[in-house]
Design a protein around this ligand. Structure first.
Ligand SMILES: *Cc1c(COP(=O)(O)O)cnc(C)c1O
Length: 231
């Protein structure tokens, strides 16, 4: 039986592929992260059975409960919420990629917990491109300094950058923010940090993923278009 989730997923995968081709990119350069915050484990199971391979969760507590039920299924888990240092232990145990490292303090906490279980934790630096005070993320000007520090933390592997722009659902208004994230990444690359390729750009959600893909996104974080409006 085709469920709404599997139909939504097929539609979104088609749109992602089209957006990539329009931008002159290969569709497999863009990975869909299905954002499952507030979504019940049963619906997440359906999404995985329909072909979702990466899930994005925002809250450690909520994710732990779902993970207990779903951890044997073939999906990677990404943490995309604000990480408190006292939750770093759980983030490291459960998540394959943490998108939201925005301070030296958080980086060190993750590194410490990863060392305890002998894991190399993959991370992204979250950048506050728009400098909104309400937004998490480190300022663009401070990204390089944090990246240099992360390189010296043995149990972290920096994979790229992430951002949450303002103006949700106004795609053309967010384009400059996506572009700035890519430029910030390109500038950081010129530092040739050892062992760091910065391949990933996590940007774009339900309302603006096409623009994000045009500007170079490799990870698009999409919830509503797959699971419907959150309650
Ligand atoms: C909720 C959320 C998303 C997904 O938003 P949709 O508009 O439902 O696609 C993406 N990224 C982050 C960080 C989120 O918190």
């Amino acid at each position: 039986m085709m469920t709404a989730i599997s139909q939504n997923l097929t539609a979104i995968q088609t749109h992602i592929a089209e957006a990539a081709l329009t931008a002159g990119r290969a569709p497999d350069e863009v990975q869909l992260v299905a954002v499952s915050k507030t979504i019940a484990a049963e619906d997440i199971r359906r999404a995985i059975e329909s072909g979702v391979t990466v899930l994005g969760e925002n809250y450690i507590q909520e994710a732990r409960a779902k993970f207990e039920q779903l951890s044997t299924l073939p999906a990677a888990w990404h943490f995309i919420g604000h990480l408190q240092t006292n939750k770093a232990k759980y983030a490291v145990r459960q998540f394959d990629l943490i998108h939201t490292v925005d301070s030296s303090r958080v980086a060190k906490a993750i590194n410490r917990e990863a060392a305890k279980i002998d894991k190399i934790q993959q991370i992204l630096i979250q950048v506050n491109i728009s400098k909104e005070e309400t937004k998490a993320g480190i300022e663009t000007e401070k990204v390089a300094e944090l990246a240099e520090e992360i390189v010296h933390l043995d149990h972290l592997k920096l994979k790229g950058l992430m951002t949450m722009p303002p103006f949700f659902n106004a795609p053309e208004k967010v384009r400059p923010f996506f572009r700035r994230l890519r430029e910030t990444r390109d500038q950081l690359r010129q530092r040739n940090l050892p062992g760091v390729d910065l391949a990933e750009l996590s940007m774009g959600m339900t309302g603006d993923f096409e623009v994000a893909i045009a500007e170079g996104a490799t990870l698009v974080r999409i919830g509503t278009a797959i699971f419907g409006e959150r309650a």
